[in-house]
Design a binder for this molecule. Structure first.
Ligand code: FAQ
Length: 317
């Protein structure tokens, strides 16, 4: 009998929760939420935060080799922004009941994912342009929509983060445009970066809708407001004219404007490669995780000192 009452109560609460979502209300940390909503958000937000942090590595690689002091200062500022985004999203995710160190343990033990894109190498300076333009560009398309998602702390974090990502995107495009105005070797370098980053950037949006196991729940709860394929298409539509404007060729022979749909048709993504990368077998997965684990270990004394300092300060207070 009491089990029946409990399950009726749960069904009522779930219905009320869904009604709030359907009415466009925002869910805040202290509101009741279904356990699966909490878990899905925690998964997504922690993976997002890990991506921001691991995402610093391919760019950090170029700090000592940026071609001028100005480029170095800009790159440094961008990388610092990414660290801030990671911390910001970890804080948002903590409101769902898991602390940052647990999330980081999940990353370091390989239990949690981070974006596939950061498992590709950054081989030449133009890659810094491609990362800013294409990777941050794809992130913005995804995050602008997340800024309207149903979970308050996540949507608010996205609003601020998108503003900074816009700057990252423009500095990346500016690097590419500048190189395309340069000599033949510089133009080839930019095209080479484009060739290597185009397809992995498209994979950032996740598998095709028909193969996306989490989308059903996430769309129902308005965490996702647009599907993986729709966002990918939006990214393609806005990026192709930008590439054409500076003389870069998109490495997709099937790419064509479709006047009926008013979108670009594109070739098939190599999904086998995508799954290899997200399952740990991309070109740089092992290197990235080693760098992250080493950085975590080397930072132990800093974390210990910060905790000791905070304790000392609160004891005095
Ligand atoms: N990489 O069912 P779905 C940035 C996994 S931030 C790795 O479709 P979902 C800023 C997915 O987790 C970039 N794994 O999943 C920056 C799931 O596995 P699970 C990060 C992927 O969640 C720029 C499985 O496949 N942005 O770049 C990927 O509904 C420059 C099935 O997929 C975010 O995280 C992938 N690309 O949709 C920083 C945005 N795609 O967990 C530094 C927030 C899918 O069940 C430098 N996240 N998987 O084991 C999202 O919008 C969503 O989580 C998606 C995936 C769209 C990424």
């Amino acid at each position: 009998m009491s089990q029946n009452v409990a399950s009726e109560d749960l069904a009522r609460r779930e219905a009320e929760f869904q009604a709030k979502i359907d009415a466009g209300q925002v869910i805040e940390p202290k509101d009741w939420m279904p356990e699966r909503y909490r878990k899905q958000l925690l998964r997504m937000m922690s993976q997002h935060a890990h991506s921001e942090v691991v995402g610093m590595l391919p760019e950090g690689n170029w700090l000592t080799r940026a071609p001028s002091l100005m480029r170095k200062a800009v790159l440094l500022a961008k990388i610092q922004d990414e660290a801030g985004h990671g911390l910001y999203i970890y804080s948002g995710a903590e409101t769902l009941g898991m602390n940052r160190s647990e999330m980081i343990d999940q990353l370091l033990s390989g239990q949690a994912k981070y974006s596939s894109i950061f498992n590709y190498p950054t081989l030449n300076w133009a890659d810094m342009g491609a990362v800013g333009w294409l990777v941050d560009g794809a992130a913005i398309v995804n995050q602008t929509v997340l800024a309207k998602c149903s979970y308050g702390p996540y949507s608010r974090a996205m609003i601020r983060i998108c503003k900074e990502e816009n700057f990252h995107n423009k500095q990346g495009y500016q690097i590419m445009a500048y190189m395309m105005r340069g000599n033949k070797a510089q133009q080839e370098m930019a095209q080479d970066a484009m060739n290597r980053f185009w397809w992995p950037a498209l994979m950032m949006f996740g598998p095709s809708d028909k193969d996306s196991p989490n989308s059903g729940d996430l769309m129902k709860w308005k965490v996702k407001l647009q599907s993986n394929d729709d966002l990918r298409q939006r990214f393609i539509d806005r990026t192709v004219p930008q590439a054409e404007a500076i003389g870069l060729t998109i490495p997709d022979p099937e790419l064509k404007w479709n006047p009926q749909t008013r979108h670009y048709d594109h070739g098939e993504i190599n999904w086998a490669e995508f799954y290899e990368v997200i399952n740990g077998n991309g070109p740089c997965n092992k290197l990235r995780m080693k760098q992250r684990r080493d950085a975590h270990e080397n930072g132990t004394w800093v974390r210990e000192a910060a905790v000791a300092y905070a304790k000392k300060k609160s004891a005095k207070a």
